[in-house]
Each structure stands twice: as structure tokens, then as C-alpha cells.
Design a protein around this ligand. Structure first.
Ligand code: AMP
Ligand code: GLY
Length: 417
């Protein structure tokens, strides 16, 4: 099997790393890839992954026999539709099913239609109606841009003026806005992988989305993640499965959306039971970096089972260890940040203790690695015990150095995402 992984983040480095460990792999491409994936296969560095026809042509030309799509934008643009037309099997939903992430308004309609518990909500495309609703609600609300926003479309402020101005701005930019009740609890990210008929669930993760210590400051793409989640009980997990995951897959089948790929359930566990915050139509980042190292089954075989409608019979083996991910970010992230920062020689810990996944890095001719994004690396610590994994992650994160590099020192705490 010669797969092509689409993307250049730490999630895609983790996907490429996991595929490179498979007995089935006879070659590996990553587009556009980064300085980490270059050591695992061939980067198709100049391929524009949002040009879906160009990606399909590159897949045919390179005789790729499976494409794994990491990020949401190419999925929403119809990359899997283009690949299917070119006869290339792909893991990732078609554009119609990718609407579950690309339109929060449509995903809320899907949740309502299939009775998936979620926060009470209304969708607005008129700014005055939105303003009147927010001002008169009498309870704390969250305002969400309906379309893709790279983690910047959700306003959770307790300040009504901020909610109103952000909501109006989203509508004036041409999008609709979902306004929903603010929920309290703790968050869990769950990943299902389905072949259109059956699905398997991977172990639960928690993602730490805020930039600041104690879950303060602005939202980010995710500053760290842990897997599994020590405080989620088997009983709570079963309730999430039966009340959220099952009705979703039933709904997908019922709606004729043969869903082949990864589906991300962003869940808030509240005092009234688990509620679905959102679907994403792909692995989370940094969640993929902590889930994939715990998967003991051959990942190439698992992908093959997804492509051959055999995931229901696939024996998914998960390690009993813990994985702990810490994101090392550029100065200023998630606001403006510099790119092209020179990275000091990276740590090379033994793989059973820690892994270093790159995001958007580049390798220059003289062998220097430079940064290219806001979240630059994920240091993943592994260990039989949660605390060992934590120590291994922070020991590694501390030795990933470039000017202004920083990380959250409190990943793994229970009550502050
Ligand atoms: P979403 O993109 O809808 O998952 O929202 C991004 C983040 O905003 C979530 O991971 C939560 O931390 C927060 N959030 C979203 N919706 C709510 C809500 N109804 N109540 C509280 N926090 C929320
Ligand atoms: N870590 C959250 C996401 O990937 O959307």
C-alpha cells in the first residue's frame, strides 16, 4: 500500500508516522508535509492541497492507492469527491457529509433530526434579530460563526456587548450565526472511524483549547491533549456512546451519507448528561498525536478495513498506557506570530518514552529546521502511568527551543481546558 497523507501539521506527521510503522506500507507521500514527515516518506511540497483536482492528478501520477485527508478545508472543498472520480480510495467524507463541520447551522439541524443531545440553540442570518435575542435571553450564551473558522469562530464571552458585536460581524461578513446556551462541565473528544456501515471508537481524549494557564485567555487550535481521560468513567463513556455516537451513525446511514472516515465528537459532560458541542469530520489536532501512539493494531490494516467495509470485524487493539501531548508554540500565538524561526537541534527521546511531531516546519538546505506556523511542535510523552507520560512530555517540550517558544505548563489538569 502506498498512501498519501494530506496536510502539514503535527496531526499529519502523527498519521504519517503511524502509517510508516505498518507492515502494509511500500511507500509514503505527504502533501505538502513538513520537516518531520520528510524523514518518513516523500513530501509533495509544492502541491496545493486546496486545489482538489491537482491533488487527484498527483495521486494518480504517483500511483497512490489510498489518501488519508488530515484537515477539514480540503474535505469541505470536495477533495474526496475528486479522488473518488479519479478512482483513488480515500479516508475522509465527501463534501456533503463534510457539511457536518463546515456548517454549524446544518450540523445543529442534523443533531435535532436524530435527537442527539446538544445545547438549546437558534440560527440567525439577520443581525438585528440576533442582537435582540442575545440582549433578551437572560442566560449565558455562546455565539458561533456557522462556517469554518480555524478555531476562531466561537465567542464564549460573558459580556453581552462582545457577543452582539461578534455575532453582527459574522453576519455582516456573509455567514449565519448559531447562538446557543452556554454549558458547564468538562470536555471530551471522541473519534469514531467508520466505513459507511459500521464504526469503531478510539479511546477518549481531552484537548486544552485556551492559550492561558488555568484555561484562561483566547481559544487556540489546542495547546495540549491527553489520552485516555482519567476522570471519565466507563459509565459516562457508555452514555456518550449510546446517546450521541449511536444516533449519529444511525442518522448518517438514514440520511444516505455513507461516511467513510474519522468523525470527531466534541462532547461537554454536564450535570444533565453529555451534550454534543460539535462534529468535526477529521481527527483533532493535537488529539491525533496522543490517540495514534496508543493504537496497537496495524494502522495500514485498519485503513484497509475502512476502505473494504470491514471495520465492524476489525480487531482494534489499544495500549493500556497513557499519552500526554504538549504543544510548543510561536511567540504571540494565537494572535500574530513570526514565522521562519530557527529551531535548535531537536531532542531524540526513545520512542517508547516520547515522540516529537512537527507542524508546518521546513528543512533548509543546510539542515536547519525553521518554524512555519503558530503551533510548531507537539511533544508527546508516553508511560504506563499518567504521571510518567506527563513527565516525559514536559521533559521533551522543554528541550524544543526556538526564539520565544512557549507551552502551557498545566496540561493534564482536570477542570480547566
Ligand atoms: P466548537 O467549535 O463548537 O466545539 O466550540 C469550540 C470550543 O468552544 C469548545 O471546545 C468549547 O470549549 C467552547 N464551547 C462551544 N460551545 C459551547 C457551549 N455551548 N458552552 C460552553 N462552551 C462551549
Ligand atoms: N483540537 C480541536 C480540533 O482539532 O478541532
Amino acid at each position: 500500500m502506498k498512501p498519501l497523507v494530506i496536510g502539514n501539521g503535527a496531526r499529519e506527521h502523527a498519521l504519517a508516522w503511524k502509517l510508516s510503522r505498518s507492515n502494509r506500507i511500500s511507500g509514503l507521500y505527504v502533501a505538502p508535509g513538513n520537516a518531520g514527515t520528510v524523514t518518513l516518506g516523500e513530501n509533495l511540497q509544492t502541491l496545493d492541497v486546496e486545489d482538489v483536482e491537482a491533488v487527484a492528478r498527483a495521486a494518480v501520477d504517483n500511483k497512490v492507492d489510498m489518501v488519508f485527508v488530515g484537515p477539514e478545508v480540503p474535505l469541505a472543498l470536495g477533495l474526496v469527491d475528486a479522488l473518488t472520480e479519479s478512482g483513488i480510495p480515500a479516508i475522509g467524507p465527501h463534501a456533503a457529509a463534510a457539511r457536518l463541520e463546515a456548517s454549524k447551522a446544518e450540523s445543529k439541524r442534523f443533531m435535532d433530526a436524530y435527537r442527539v443531545p446538544t445545547a438549546a440553540h437558534r440560527t440567525f442570518s439577520d443581525p438585528d434579530q440576533l442582537e435582540a435575542y442575545v440582549r433578551n435571553a437572560g442566560r449565558r450564551l455562546v455565539v458561533k460563526k456557522s462556517g469554518l473558522a480555524a478555531g476562531k469562530g466561537v465567542i464564549e464571552s460573558g459580556d453581552t456587548e462582545h457577543l452582539v458585536s461578534a455575532g453582527r460581524a459574522f453576519i455582516e461578513d456573509g455567514d449565519s450565526v448559531v447562538v446557543e446556551t452556554h454549558l458547564s462541565g468538562y470536555e471530551v473528544s471522541l473519534f469514531g472511524i467508520s466505513d459507511g456501515r459500521d464504526y469503531v471508537l478510539l479511546p477518549p481524549c481531552t484537548d486544552y483549547k485556551k492559550a492561558g494557564v488555568g484555561g484562561t485567555g483566547p481559544n487556540t487550535g489546542g495547546m495540549g491533549a491527553i489520552c485516555p481521560v482519567p476522570w471519565l468513567t466507563p459509565g459516562e463513556l457508555e452514555v456518550i456512546r449510546s446517546s450521541i455516537v449511536e444516533p449519529t451513525y444511525r442518522g448518517l446511514r438514514d440520511a444516505g451519507l455513507a461516511y467513510r472516515g474519522v468523525l470527531y465528537f466534541g462532547v461537554m459532560v454536564t450535570a444533565d448528561g453529555p451534550m454534543l458541542l460539535e462534529y468535526n469530520v477529521r481527527f483533532g489536532d493535537p488529539e491525533a498525536q496522543v490517540v495514534l501512539p496508543l493504537l496497537q493494531s496495524d494502522f495500514g490494516n485498519l485503513c484497509d478495513a475502512v476502505l473494504h467495509n470491514a471495520i465492524g470485524e476489525f480487531p482494534v487493539r489499544i495500549s493500556g498506557a497513557s499519552a500526554f501531548g504538549v504543544v510548543v508554540a510561536a511567540p504571540g500565538y494565537p494572535s500574530d506570530y513570526p514565522k521562519g524561526l530557527a529551531v535548535a537541534p531537536l531532542p531524540q527521546p526513545p520512542e517508547h518514552e516520547a515522540l516529537v511531531f512537527h507542524a508546518a516546519t521546513t528543512l533548509s538546505a543546510d539542515g536547519t529546521i525553521t518554524t512555519g506556523g503558530g503551533r510548531c511542535f507537539t511533544a508527546v510523552g508516553l508511560g504506563e502511568e499518567f504521571l510518567t507520560a506527563r513527565t516525559n512530555a514536559y521533559t521533551t517540550a522543554k528541550t524544543i527551543c526556538f526564539p520565544g517558544s512557549w507551552f502551557r505548563p498545566d496540561i493534564g489538569g482536570r477542570l480547566f481546558g
